[in-house]
Write a protein of this length. Structure first.
Length: 160
């Protein structure tokens, strides 16, 4: 049985640079406030806590998907705890595409675009899944378009 699998996590240096910078600034502000006033209230800690929570979320965000003869399974952890399933009978077409994350979906992550939902971590390559109900799903990938098309063709041939 042919299978396409991928796991991705946020590894963009600019995201980590921004989060670390904001975390350092917030830490400095909290420490300075404590040294000046002698105590810290919840409102004083709020920006720091929000930054810590965002950093922990980005550390845990993970896109996982698998495509095989049965269909497509995917999840964007920790938003989806269980894999979401798209049965082969629900799929009209699967293609590897190059797209514009900012123009077509407004960025990366879980996004709603004109054509449907996108689940992406980085880059501009994806697997576009057209569903029988008129909806679509885009799964971001780090694989090359040529490599994906080759795998998708092998998968389609094994179904016939």
């Amino acid at each position: 049985m042919n299978n396409i699998q991928e796991k991705q996590s946020f590894s963009n240096k600019w995201i980590w640079t921004i989060l670390l910078l904001v975390l350092c600034i917030n830490t400095f502000v909290v420490v300075r406030h404590f040294n000046t006033v002698g105590s810290i209230g919840l409102l004083d800690l709020l920006p720091f806590l929000i930054t810590v929570v965002l950093t922990l979320l980005f550390l845990n965000f993970r896109l996982e998907f698998s495509i095989n003869n049965e269909g497509v399974s995917y999840r964007f952890f920790p938003i989806h705890n269980k894999m979401r399933e798209i049965k082969r009978s629900e799929i009209v077409k699967i293609t590897a595409i190059e797209y514009s994350p900012l123009l077509e979906y407004g960025g990366w992550g879980i996004r709603r675009g004109k054509t449907g939902w996108a689940y992406t971590i980085s880059g501009n390559k994806g697997i576009f899944i057209q569903l029988a109900n008129g909806k679509s799903v885009l799964l971001g990938t780090k694989q090359s378009i040529e490599q994906l098309n080759e795998k998708l063709n092998l998968l389609a041939q094994s179904e016939a």
